[in-house]
Design a binder for this molecule. Structure first.
Ligand SMILES: Cc1cc2nc3c(=O)[nH]c(=O)nc-3n(C[C@H](O)[C@H](O)[C@H](O)COP(=O)(O)OP(=O)(O)OC[C@H]3O[C@@H](n4cnc5c(N)ncnc54)[C@H](O)[C@@H]3O)c2cc1C
Length: 388
């Protein structure tokens, strides 16, 4: 498998698509612009002014549509290239009970969609879509909740249970995203409860492990021991982690031990170790390697070969985000591995916080934007596409 094969990587893209991506990644590389983007959006968004621009550029690159139905063309297009879709309702930052309940309905709708579409192997949700951040923070810090907060927390657990139960009944696996360390303990606790309840016969519920945390290999090993003792299947999504700057800043400001690995090499080592641990326990575990890191993706293919696991064994998935690392997704899909893209969707104005995070992430991770640009340029050169 050759990740440098840009002809396969960009097979579904027109010349105009390539040019749009080229300019987009170039602009995303401008640190100063990405830094002031949230302020500009706060000023201009209420006027509706930036929406058409966002829709034609960054939204088009990183999102599948504004609704589940609106993603159909994208789902079919990816499916054509042997890439599955994970519909990710990416509306963030709305902390109202009514919105939390509406989000439950939306995630259940994605699970129902998955049931009817061969190209959608999982559903996914972000726990803060159903819970107030400060409430989770309080639970995480083991602070005593007021009676009202207890009731509120019970509603959060009931929402997640409703989704996992529906996923179980529909027989559609569901991924739980991981978030900041200072709200992650209650998420892990709920995920464990859900696995115990719904993963008795097969893997339905998947928790996410962030290997940029130095404590996650221990978490992973302990989870496997618990699951073996209690007799349930483990589901995991392995990621490196998305909040490193925020995590380090908070730890320093509040003077506690940094939960992050000391170096990138430490994160990479633990990520690959986690892949190996998962493979060694594949008799009771399903997982996805959710990464844009070429070495980790290749390493997992080598492990699969070493352990005589078929390329399309449904316990193992490779996953990337829409609009990024097509050179990995497309080449792996063509080679016959199980590959899926997170396909974020939602009304343009509501997914804008997600898009800003995407832009910030591309700016902050050295190499990522440069790599995307280099690949696009290589393909433009191969096709002799001029800049427009
Ligand atoms: C399908 C999918 C689902 C995802 N779901 C989640 C999720 O639920 N929760 C979540 O937090 N993230 C999630 N992510 C994002 C992910 O955590 C990473 O931010 C992103 O994928 C970049 O990491 P990488 O493995 O692709 O590889 P790389 O680009 O090789 O690694 C970059 C990552 O390495 C780590 N890193 C960078 N510098 C250092 C350093 N100096 N010291 C220690 N570590 C460092 C950081 O985690 C950084 O994001 C998801 C990503 C994908 C593709």
């Amino acid at each position: 498998m050759d990740f440098n094969n840009t002809e396969i990587a960009f097979k579904g893209k027109t010349d105009a698509d390539l040019n749009r991506s080229y300019w987009l990644f170039k602009i995303i590389g401008w640190n100063w612009l990405i830094k002031i983007a949230p302020i500009l959006l706060k000023i201009f968004m209420p006027l509706g002014f930036p929406i058409p621009i966002i829709k034609a550029t960054i939204f088009k690159q990183f999102c599948g549509g504004e609704s589940i139905e609106g993603c159909n063309a994208m789902i079919d297009e990816l499916g054509y290239h042997n890439i599955k879709t994970i519909l990710d309702y990416s509306v963030e930052g709305k902390e109202k009970e009514g919105v939390f309940d509406a989000n439950v309905k939306e995630v259940i709708a994605t699970a129902r969609k998955s049931k009817t579409d061969f190209n959608i192997p999982f559903s996914v949700f972000k726990p803060t879509g159903f819970a107030r951040f400060e409430l989770l923070q309080k639970v995480n810090a083991k602070e005593t909740l007021t009676q009202k907060e207890e009731e509120e927390y019970n509603r959060v657990k009931a929402r997640i249970d409703k989704i996992c139960k529906t996923a179980y009944e529909l027989d559609v696996p569901i991924l739980i995203d991981a978030e900041e360390t200072w709200i992650q303990d209650p998420i892990d606790a709920i995920a464990l409860e859900m696995m115990e309840k719904y993963n008795k016969e097969k893997t339905i519920v998947y928790n996410t492990v962030q290997l940029y945390r130095w404590d996650r290999i221990a978490y992973l090993k302990e989870l496997i021991v618990i699951a073996r003792e209690k007799g349930f299947y483990v589901g995991l999504k392995l990621v490196r982690g998305a909040y490193i700057e925020k995590e380090r800043e908070r730890a320093e400001a509040m003077n506690y031990k940094d939960p992050m690995q000391a170096t990138k090499e430490d994160t990479d080592r633990d990520y690959n170790l986690a892949l190996k641990i998962c493979i060694e326990n594949i008799d009771m575990l399903s997982f996805s390697c959710a990464s844009h890191n070429e070495e980790s993706n290749i390493y997992l293919t080598e492990l699969m070969k070493q352990y005589n696991i078929d390329k399309n064994d449904d316990r193992i998935y490779f996953a990337q985000l829409l609009g990024m690392s097509d050179h990995i997704s497309m080449n792996m899909g063509k080679a016959g591995y199980n590959v899926a893209k997170y396909v974020p969707y939602g009304p343009v104005k509501d997914v804008t916080p997600y898009l800003i995070r995407r832009a910030e992430e591309n700016t902050s991770i050295a190499g990522q934007t440069g790599r995307e640009l280099a690949l696009i340029l290589k393909e433009k050169k191969r096709r002799e596409v001029k800049n427009t």
